[in-house]
Design a protein around this ligand. Structure first.
Ligand code: NDP
Ligand code: MG
Ligand code: MG
Length: 340
């Protein structure tokens, strides 16, 4: 394991260099603001007429078209949705890429699956925060950072790693630590994590538990608190202290019940399916499916979004989060991040 901290990174690798951050969404906003506040010369590259254009200007960023930003930059950091990066790269970035430039990403998807091809005399780097953009900004303002990953796919200049690490330091990531990886490892594990555990697995687990309780006649509000709301408290404990720390904080009854029953929920069938999901990712089957879906303007994704919005847990949850003031609190937190 190779981990880099502030003391290991010198931002001089980016002295006199211009970083163009392409995109001003979740990651683009957080990362460009942090890098700019850290003293880097940052341009935000956007399409004219999009919602982000005015937003980035209002936030005081130096905004240019993607083409102009690419022309001026030494480092082009592409923070657009993964499924459109290849198109935008081809049309608006590739024509202006010069030898010795660095093309940088926060996810290895388009390089690893070969949707984007970069000339040999250009660096290909990744600096990826392990968390959403709002957290990248919030923790930076609090004087800390979230952990990150760094990877080098192509080192044309001999200092590609220094450039990527300098970007990570300017984003605040080396305060928590930047772990070295490869494009392949980051891409495949990131996709697996979000599908099987973080986004896919956990929502299905919560909803299955919620539905079990509601169908058995318990109040939906109680079911929501038990299967969804409390999850955050448990995850926070695991995040800070590991499994043992969590077991130590819950009752012995919870510990015995949990340890003796959990493999009936995540059983051999579930583990077999996890392996299958990973293999679909490794073989590029998932990526092909997603490329077709996004080219067709996302009919399945839109349908799944619609179906989920009709789920009881979403209705009950929304009502409860309002009643407990949780949505208001989350909004205030977000506004605070944007205002500062
Ligand atoms: P977003 O979906 O938030 O990006 C939105 C931005 O992309 C907006 O500025 C939008 O501009 C622009 N955009 C969208 N469509 C187009 C288009 N057709 N042409 C030009 N610009 C367009 O992306 P994320 O921040 O979620 O993701 C960026 C990268 O970071 C991805 O590689 C992702 O995998 C990675 N990542 C994301 C994380 C996250 O938490 N979100 C975590 C770690 C990595 P406009 O307003 O004009 O539409
Ligand atoms: Mg991801
Ligand atoms: Mg309980």
């Amino acid at each position: 394991m190779k981990m880099y901290y502030d003391k290991d990174v010198d931002v001089k690798a980016l002295a006199n260099k211009t970083v163009a951050v392409i995109g001003y969404g979740s990651q683009g906003m957080g990362q460009s603001q942090n890098m700019s506040d850290s003293g880097l010369k940052v341009i935000v590259g956007l399409r004219e007429g999009g919602a982000s254009w005015q937003k980035a200007k209002d936030d005081g960023m130096n905004v240019k078209t993607i083409e102009d930003a690419a022309k001026e930059a030494d480092v082009i950091h592409i923070l657009l949705p993964d499924e459109i990066q290849a198109d935008v790269y081809e049309k608006s970035i590739a024509p202006y890429v010069k030898p010795g430039n660095t093309i940088s990403f926060s996810h290895g998807y388009n390089i690893h699956f070969k949707y984007i091809k970069v000339p040999e005399d250009v660096n290909i780097t990744m600096i990826a925060p392990k968390g959403p953009g709002s957290m990248v900004r919030r923790t930076y303002l609090e004087g800390f950072g979230i952990p990150g990953l760094v990877a080098i796919e192509q080192d044309a200049t001999g200092d590609a790693l220094d450039v990527a690490l300098a970007m990570g330091k300017a984003c605040g990531l080396s305060k928590a630590g930047i772990l070295e990886t490869t494009f392949r490892e980051e891409t495949e594990t990131d996709l697996f994590g979000e599908q099987a555990i973080l986004c896919g697995g956990v929502t299905e687990l919560i909803n299955a538990g919620f539905t079990t309780l509601v169908e058995a006649g318990y109040q939906p509000e109680i079911a929501y608190f038990e299967t969804c709301h409390e999850l955050k408290l448990i995850v926070d404990l695991i995040y800070e202290k590991g499994f043992a720390g969590m077991w130590n904080d819950v009752s012995n009854t919870a510990e015995f019940g949990g340890l003796s029953r959990r493999d009936r929920i995540i059983n051999d069938d579930a583990k077999k399916e996890m392996k299958k999901i990973l293999s679909e990712i490794q073989k590029g089957k998932f990526t092909k499916e997603w490329a077709l879906e996004s080219t067709a303007k996302m009919p399945m994704l839109n349908r799944m979004r619609e179906l989920e919005s009709e789920e009881k847990i979403e209705k009950v949850g929304s009502k409860l989060r309002k009643a407990c003031g949780l949505e208001k609190k989350a909004k205030e937190k977000e506004e605070k991040v944007v205002v500062v």
